[in-house]
Write a protein that binds this ligand. Structure first.
Ligand SMILES: [Zn+2]
Length: 205
């Protein structure tokens, strides 16, 4: 995802040579997910829609000439969870502050527990401890005594892939292997699991 955003970002600036770049606004601030975010607006003559790019802890918004700040801020707000997720992921990638890491883990754990609860209303399985870990090789794991572990890097994943990992580990509570029965159980709540599995490979741990 980050690579994709950088790709779009690069494209905008490559196009700069052809498309007349009109104005750079001053830095402004608005609130996203309860935190103040700094953003900068650059306007391009031929751009047709508002695009949001993450730049460290700030946003770069590229926009057509005639959109108001109100429209820009409403675009920022409607992408709130996407922005929040990516800024969090970047904070995690850079931080060595144990307090920040603990905060991020706590927030991620809350989301994981909420999604586990959601899917388990259907599956009705029982699990023991749920933990967030910084694992190098896998997105999640399920132990034979029913403990579920999830990778801290799930912070940056889109919701459908996030949920796929949740369902995958939940289903291991019933089938500890990747048998046909296991995948059938996954498919009951995640019919597109093969796409998600494939898509997940493009995200590095
Ligand atoms: Zn598995």
């Amino acid at each position: 995802m980050i690579a994709r955003i950088l790709g779009i970002y690069k494209k905008v600036f490559e196009r700069k040579k052809r498309v007349q770049y009109v104005s750079a606004g001053a830095h402004r601030r608005c609130e996203v997910g309860g935190r103040a975010i700094t953003y900068e607006v650059k306007r391009f003559k031929r751009q047709r829609s508002i695009r949001i790019h993450i730049r460290g802890h700030a946003l770069l918004v590229t926009a057509p000439l005639r959109v108001s700040i109100k429209e820009i801020e409403s675009a920022i707000k409607s992408n709130e969870s996407w922005i929040d997720t990516h800024i969090l992921r970047r904070e995690y990638d850079k931080t060595i502050d144990p307090f920040v890491v603990a905060q991020l883990k706590k927030r991620l754990l809350e989301k994981i527990e909420e999604r586990l609860h959601h899917f388990n209303l259907y599956y009705g399985l029982s699990y023991a401890r749920v933990r967030v870990r910084d694992q190098k090789t896998r997105w999640g794991s399920c132990s034979s005594d029913g403990n579920l572990n999830f990778n801290i890097h799930m912070i940056g994943l889109p919701d459908d892939l996030f949920d796929y990992i949740i369902v995958h580990e939940l289903c291991h509570l019933k089938h500890m292997d990747h048998s046909k029965d296991f995948w059938e159980l996954v498919a009951e709540q995640m019919p597109l699991y093969q796409d998600h599995r494939h898509h997940l490979k493009s995200y590095s741990l």
